[in-house]
Ligand binder design. Structure first.
Ligand code: SPV
Ligand code: MN
Length: 627
């Protein structure tokens, strides 16, 4: 029996122009997919888009006309609201469709494929009645490159397509070049039935089901971009599976270019960085004076010269707007407050003016936000106080709109990666920056990343969670295999990138030990290490900077003194805390199958080194000068 039985005359739902565009890609698989889900979802119309300026303008105009977005005062800016209960990535109902007899890590959410398909296709049935089905062609990775993955999006949301037209490269030509092959990803999305505010009504029927075999994702009854935009976190999961089969890495990483603190040295050194949500990822990629390629997802492949090359999968940023202010993030703040095409979501709007948390302005007493008509001190439908803007409120913008865009941001060859940064978040354990002892030690560091949960994911906030390579939420292959792939990738390179770890969140008496902008100094140190410019101190957990080098960098970058006392506070080795962390990591990996032996070896050896240091020094917190 076919999976879906629907309309046989679906082509009548297209006008002549759409029909021509669909025929233009000359791909029977594309046609079959469009026909199949048009038959199931029963839209009033099918509108095929080829990514032309005219089409993009149509999508923008319809997003507003249909009430999914509202224009703000500044030209080109709009706001979109997601429903009250749809403010972050859904974890519980995002599942991999698991074919019978297959197994994945315990921490990966799965559902029997047959059962899951039946459920999600059931929810998609008739979901587009009274709406348009939009069919659009995109390309993950730079166009016309070895990184490119053509991707087909079907959705009934103009907001989703508008977002995608900002965040991703167009792919109509890529689809033509497929010459009829089925080697592409596809995504079927419906926001489902909408309420008067144009928000998903049946949030209890929100489902995101991932089919690795067919390289497709079904997502229904949601609007938040992390759930609805196929090319973002849904494609990330498909690409992780594809990378696993093809021996490259698909990472939840930014890509950026760093310039040395000494501007007379004309060089750009490329870094990728994995940070769990709200651990400083975008703000690291946006450090003033540096250049950005991408802030969220990278494909990394070995180049002909034996080095690792990374490409930005996206061409835009779907960034957290909280705390974007002229002091901490001047580049983004300027972009968000001047004329250009952008979408803000889940902020507060008063008379067409947006307000968000931490922007450095007072909130009005009322306005419109994700809860509807907002008033100071009001409670939401769940009885909880409603903040004026959501903590996970976002902006969607093209990277090319930013003044710090890197000239190689669309380079089909990608950029050579010299450094990889793993950024965790803890208040009492890890120093602000360190360098791994080797590639495999670096992989271990990445595999041990921990952070406190934030509002980007629905659920409790402030809980310390293990998030290997900041990619755990998206893993669709066993964790052990994923770690092994990283180890193998490095073994296969002629020159490995150096691997670093950062933690911007150390606290003393409840107050942060460093300032937000300090991350520039850590980056400058990492950049210098890559070029052999600084010596480092070997500790049980990796190489840490010398006080004199950091002091000189603080002087150069911020004209600020960086005292020995401050250095000691930030770079001391906190043995018990570090060992506790290793114990947590050990427990997590103990129940995982297929974890490479070298990983266990690093856990064991690091613990031994820490305990030996404790014994030797007779104390629990050891200053760098005592090493
Ligand atoms: C993240 O949470 O990692 C994001 C935003 O980049 S989302 O699109 O929700 O995944
Ligand atoms: Mn992300």
């Amino acid at each position: 029996m076919p999976e879906v039985v629907g309309l046989s005359d679906w082509k009548t739902l297209m006008d002549e122009e759409s029909r021509k565009k669909l025929e233009g890609v000359a791909n029977s698989h594309v046609e079959e997919i469009v026909g199949k889900y048009a038959g199931l979802c029963k839209p009033d119309k099918i509108i095929v888009l080829d990514g032309s300026e005219k089409d993009l303008a149509f999508v923008r105009q319809q997003a507003t006309a249909k009430g999914e977005e509202t224009p703000l005062k500044i030209k080109g800016h709009t706001v979109h609201f997601d429903g009250y209960y749809d403010q972050g990535r859904e974890a519980k109902n995002t599942r991999v469709l698991l074919p019978k007899g297959q197994k994945l890590s315990k921490s990966i959410n799965t559902i029997d494929k047959e059962e899951g398909l039946k459920e999600v296709l059931g929810f998609l049935e008739d979901s587009m009645k009274g709406k348009d089905m939009l069919v659009a062609f995109f390309c993950l990775g730079p166009n016309n490159s070895k990184f490119s993955i053509p991707s087909l999006q079907l959705t009934d949301s103009y907001y989703v397509l508008h977002s995608e037209s900002i965040l991703y490269r167009q792919g109509y030509e890529e689809f033509k070049s497929l010459k009829g092959s089925d080697d592409f990803f596809h995504f079927v999305h419906s926001a489902g039935e909408l309420d008067a505010r144009k928000n998903t009504k049946n949030i209890d029927k929100r489902r995101i089901y991932i089919d690795l075999e067919e390289e497709r994702v079904f997502t229904v009854n949601n609007q938040y971009a992390g759930n609805s935009v196929g090319l973002k976190k849904l494609a990330l999961r498909l690409a992780i599976s594809k990378a696993n089969k093809e021996d490259w890495l698909c990472e939840h990483m930014f890509v950026m270019g760093a310039k040395p603190a000494d501007e007379s040295k004309k060089r750009v050194t490329y870094f990728t960085g994995a940070f769990p949500s709200a651990c400083g990822k975008t703000s690291t990629a946006m450090i003033p004076g540096q250049s950005i390629i991408g802030d969220d997802i990278a494909y990394i492949k070995k180049g002909d010269d034996g080095r690792a090359y990374a490409a930005n999968v996206e061409q835009g940023i779907f960034g957290i707007i909280q705390d974007i202010n002229p002091v901490d993030d001047p580049v983004i703040y300027r972009a968000l407050t001047t004329e250009r095409e952008l979408i803000m979501s889940n902020i507060l709007v008063k008379d067409g003016v947006p307000f968000w948390l931490g922007m450095g302005k007072d909130f009005p007493d009322s306005g419109t936000n994700f809860a509807g008509e907002w008033k100071k001190d009001m409670a939401g439908p769940d009885g909880k106080p409603v903040l004026p803007a959501h903590k996970n409120a976002r902006y969607t913008i093209r990277i090319s709109e930013l003044e710090n865009v890197d000239p190689k941001s669309d380079d089909p060859a990608g950029v050579p990666v010299s450094g990889i940064i793993y950024g965790g978040r803890d208040s009492d354990t890890s120093p602000p920056v360190l360098e791994s002892l080797s590639w495999s030690h670096g992989v271990f560091i990445g595999a041990a990343v921990e952070s406190e949960t934030t509002a980007a994911k629905i659920g409790a906030e402030g809980v310390r969670v293990h998030d290997p390579m900041a990619n755990m939420d998206f893993l669709v292959i066993p964790l052990g295999k994923y770690i092994e792939n990283h180890l193998k990738f490095g073994d296969d390179l002629d020159v490995c990138p150096k691997i670093f770890a950062t933690n911007y969140f150390l606290k003393e008496d409840g107050k942060f030990l460093n300032e937000k902008v300090d991350k520039k100094v850590w980056l400058m140190w990492m950049e210098g290490r890559i070029h052999g410019e600084y010596e480092a101190i070997e500790t049980p957990i990796g190489f840490i900077p010398k006080h004199e080098d950091i002091k000189a960098l603080f002087q150069k970058v911020f004209k600020k003194d960086y005292s020995k006392e401050q250095y000691d506070k930030e770079f001391s080795i906190r043995i018990t805390k570090l060992v506790e962390r290793l114990d947590r990591i050990e427990a997590i990996y103990a129940v995982e199958e297929g974890v490479p032996e070298v990983f266990h070896k690093h856990v064991k050896q690091q613990k031994e080194r820490l305990l030996a240091l404790k014994k030797e020094k007779g104390k629990d917190v050891v200053k760098p000068s005592e090493l």
